[in-house]
Ligand binder design. Structure first.
Ligand code: SAM
Ligand code: SF4
Length: 347
């Protein structure tokens, strides 16, 4: 059953203004409060596991939600019970004036927790203004600490610019800074290098299992996180009982004396579906109940439908509930993954 009701008793701290807000609960009693928002399907890199060498056909600009449309959608979503939003893509920082969108989101009430997933290559010059606009924290995807390997995996990317992005994010106070590493057998077997990084910088490295159906490399490159965890435990790591803010589905470990932590996101070897709290909105305004499902609910049609404010708001609210209703119990394995590209859905 889908519930759109009031927050549980006692969930509003004493003395705080009780802003009208609901709670979204899906058919499997999971509380859904997190939206991954793809702001563009475009990207300045071509990671080998995410895109074909020639990239993917771009959506027309007119088909992508405007910032104003995104804000109108979010205005309803926050009231429905969404409390956290992550900007992703494609590469969110290639969309012009993305800090304007962050500013608009930060002005919504109830307040949203705003984060960003980026390849980091454009972050150095943008971190400060994004923080000033209201961004709280970032995940930066860096799959290798060797410039040549990084260039090969991203088909031309510059490792230095991504690392400068990480430093700028730390300086701008966008904390915690997490580093996403998709591990690929024989291509970036670099666990030790990333473990050294958490001694040098206060960052949280997360190893992500490769989900093969959307990339240009086949399933034989898959590395289970169980193997990597064993390497970490050999170095004396202990599991964190308090993961960094926005811990999500990762399990985190701390190495003795390290400034940051190491985490594992294992969508393949251990499903985290029972804890899933997400909905997605694609760049062209379709809600997706699950990364692995091809079900979609079109909200762009509603936002552009010309209804008056109240009608549109009610229709968007119903669309959110429809997406919630379609949320599957689990993804029944990667065989169910549609071949649509991650960069369009918003990974
Ligand atoms: N461009 C941004 C970036 O790279 O961080 C945001 C979009 S990207 C699609 C989001 C995340 O999805 C990245 O951390 C990326 O490594 C991950 N990703 C993309 N394709 C993947 C795959 N086949 N398996 C696992 N993770 C993948
Ligand atoms: Fe671009 Fe991110 Fe996909 Fe790499 S993973 S190609 S940076 S969208």
């Amino acid at each position: 059953m889908t519930v759109l009701g009031s927050p549980p008793m006692g969930s509003t701290p004493r003395g705080k203004r009780n802003l009208k807000m609901s709670v979204l609960v899906d058919r499997f009693s999971r509380r859904i409060d997190y939206l991954r928002l793809s702001v563009t399907d475009r990207c300045n890199l071509r990671c080998i596991y995410c895109m074909p060498p020639e990239g993917v056909p771009h959506l027309d600009h007119a088909d992508i939600l405007t910032y104003e449309e995104i804000i109108r959608f979010l205005h309803v979503a926050v009231k429905a019970g969404i409390g956290k939003v992550r900007l992703t893509g494609g590469e969110p920082l290639v969309r012009r004036d993305v800090e304007r969108l962050v500013e608009g989101i930060a002005a919504l009430r109830p307040r949203l927790d705003i984060s960003l997933t980026t390849n980091g290559t454009l972050l150095a010059s943008m971190a400060e203004k994004l923080a000033a606009a209201g961004l709280k924290r970032v995940n930066v995807s860096i799959d290798s600490l060797h410039p040549e390997t990084y260039r090969r995996l991203t088909r031309g990317g510059d490792l230095n610019s991504a690392l400068e992005g990480v430093e700028a994010a730390l300086e701008a106070g966008l904390e915690p800074v997490k580093i996403n590493v998709v591990t690929l057998k024989h291509l970036n077997d670099e666990v030790e290098g990333f473990l050294d990084l958490v001694y040098r910088l206060p960052v949280h490295v997360r190893f992500i299992e490769y989900m093969s159906p959307c990339g240009a490399v086949d399933a034989s490159y898959f590395v289970s996180n169980q193997e990597l965890r064993a390497a970490l435990l050999r170095r004396g790591a202990v599991e964190e009982d308090r993961p960094p803010v926005g811990g999500g589905p990762a399990r985190y470990y701390r190495l003795p004396g390290a400034r940051g932590t190491v985490g594992f996101i294992s969508p393949v070897s251990s499903h985290f579906c029972p804890q899933c709290n997400r909905l997605r909105l694609t760049a062209e305004g379709r809600m997706r109940p699950c990364l692995f499902s091809s079900e979609e609910v079109d909200v762009r049609k509603i936002l552009r439908g010309g209804g008056d404010g109240r009608e549109t708001e009610e229709a968007v609210r119903r669309a959110i509930l429809a997406a919630l209703e379609k949320k599957p119990r689990d993804h029944a394995g990667l065989a169910s993954f549609s071949r649509m590209n991650m960069s369009r859905i918003g990974g």
